[in-house]
Design a protein around this ligand. Sequence first.
Ligand SMILES: *[C@@H]1O[C@H](CO)[C@@H](O)[C@H](O)[C@H]1NC(C)=O
Ligand SMILES: *[C@@H]1O[C@H](CO)[C@@H](O)[C@H](O)[C@H]1NC(C)=O
Ligand SMILES: *[C@@H]1O[C@H](CO)[C@@H](O)[C@H](O)[C@H]1NC(C)=O
Ligand SMILES: *[C@@H]1O[C@H](CO)[C@@H](O)[C@H](O)[C@H]1NC(C)=O
Ligand SMILES: *[C@@H]1O[C@H](CO)[C@@H](O)[C@H](O)[C@H]1NC(C)=O
Ligand SMILES: *[C@@H]1O[C@H](CO)[C@@H](O)[C@H](O)[C@H]1NC(C)=O
Ligand SMILES: *[C@@H]1O[C@H](CO)[C@@H](O)[C@H](O)[C@H]1NC(C)=O
Length: 485
Amino acid sequence: MSLPLLKIGVVLSTMAMITNWMSQTLPSLVGLNTTKLTAAQGGYPDRSTGVLPANPEDSWQVYSSAQDSEGRCVCTVVAPQQSMCSRDARTKQLRQLLEKVQNMTQSIQVLDQRTQRDLQYVEKMEVQLRGLETKFRQVEENHKQNIAKQFKAIKAKMEELRPLIPVLEEYKADAKLVLQFKEEVQNLTTVLSELQEEMGAYDYEELHNRVSNLEERLRACMQKLACGKLTGISDPITIKTSGSRFGSWMTDPLAPEGDTRVWYMDGYHNNRFVREYKSMRDFMTSDNFTSHRLPHPWSGTGQVVYNGSIYFNKFQSHVIIKFDFRTSSISKSRQLDYAGFNNAYHYAWGGHSDIDLMADEGGLWAVYATNQNAGNIVLSKLNPSTLQIIKSWTTNHPKRSAGESFMICGTLYVTNGYSGGTKVYYAYSTNSSTYEYIDIAFQNKYSHISMLDYNPRDRALYAWNNGHQVLYNVTLFHVINSEEL
Ligand SMILES: *[C@@H]1O[C@H](CO)[C@@H](O)[C@H](O)[C@H]1NC(C)=O
Ligand SMILES: *[C@@H]1O[C@H](CO)[C@@H](O)[C@H](O)[C@H]1NC(C)=O
Ligand SMILES: *[C@@H]1O[C@H](CO)[C@@H](O)[C@H](O)[C@H]1NC(C)=O
Ligand SMILES: *[C@@H]1O[C@H](CO)[C@@H](O)[C@H](O)[C@H]1NC(C)=O
Ligand SMILES: *[C@@H]1O[C@H](CO)[C@@H](O)[C@H](O)[C@H]1NC(C)=O
Ligand SMILES: *[C@@H]1O[C@H](CO)[C@@H](O)[C@H](O)[C@H]1NC(C)=O
Ligand SMILES: *[C@@H]1O[C@H](CO)[C@@H](O)[C@H](O)[C@H]1NC(C)=O
């Protein structure tokens, strides 16, 4: 047996310090167990060969002997094979725990950013709402002097907005919750850091429970806050001015943390070169990019980069191609059955925009139209590996009169046009297979939108507007059942 045998003659307290990460087992082991003492025959540690347990590779073994001549307790510690403190399972668990908490910190930062952003919107809305309410009361008081129609219009608007009040209240509570999470995670991080230096002060199990519990609550909170109904679109920010009138650009919503590579595709046909910029910053400030040549040219501006691959509609066909940037090869190609192509069912602006691919929180989607559905929009959820349709929904909205469309949290939003005043005016929920008309205006700064897609990671809309690459923030409200109001 070639076990590393450590012979340590020390006072118990010192030994406890060295090994106190074993808080569970140590007390009984160093408790001068008379049985063991008997087994060691009161002799010296190196005679302990006979009492080695059956499985010494798996755990630390501590043997205490009788006191030595100076009255100290002599212990023999048998280390597990290849064992170093840092390799000990519990230390590893602790490190994982710390990593987990650090990961949570990142999630919370994202959540916090989103919540702060939404809160600003909420506060603005609230002021407007309260103002309207006051005005309404005044109007009501003098309503005899008012034109009946005007009165009615305000009243209708008021009724429309009234249910928002409890939503606003709820939202403020959520923001508080995020703050609390932040504090808890900070506390845990501190505890864990301390623990790495001086282990033993806390019970590992208890810590583990605290982390798990927090993680679970955080996940539930993120789920609740991350998805919801579109209620607002911010003013646009122009990120860059480049390329032709038509094109598309995006970041990968599933890219690993810190990867903000920008993908850029100029033009809607006869092009097959995808530009890759190292980061959003690079994209904004330089013309430094890598070029990827696709095996086929694309049609339209409906491409999407998702989990390291670009999905695009092959020119003059209803074939969808998945091209993996990591291997620079086609990993899948499949016909989208019945989908119109070659300007059969383009968006209002034309440009072979028949098949629009996109991603949201729930996965990969294709928006197109078929003869079977009389040229109205069909929405299909796709398996990102096989490109097979998982499920389809048929809407009653003509594809050709749609400006653009994008998916958020399983709901398809359709805009009214590509030039002039634009708004999101139709929403189809795949959850309930129902539609509704809505009215969310947004600024069409350069008067020609040829691409508009949502990125669930940034919670932003990416748009190509007349040779300008533009971003909008969106505000989502999670849906509260009317019973809860
Ligand atoms: C002493 O060790 C024996 C066997 O290892 C165990 O059965 C017993 O419970 C221990 N006694 C104490 C007081 O820990
Ligand atoms: C933390 O996040 C990284 C990157 O997302 C991941 O590889 C790692 O497994 C995560 N760690 C834990 C403990 O969840
Ligand atoms: C975090 O620690 C501080 C100080 O120890 C304490 O007052 C506070 O209640 C803790 N917060 C949470 C959420 O545990
Ligand atoms: C362009 O990219 C290369 C390689 O990534 C880098 O060395 C160079 O500094 C970049 N140039 C500019 C102007 O950013
Ligand atoms: C993303 O790609 C990785 C590696 O190719 C794969 O394991 C993972 O399941 C993919 N995620 C999704 C959501 O498709
Ligand atoms: C979708 O429906 C399920 C149950 O039918 C519900 O739990 C969920 O919250 C809904 N999601 C949205 C975004 O409305
Ligand atoms: C979106 O919100 C973030 C965080 O508040 C902000 O940094 C960013 O500039 C905003 N983007 C747009 C397009 O308004």
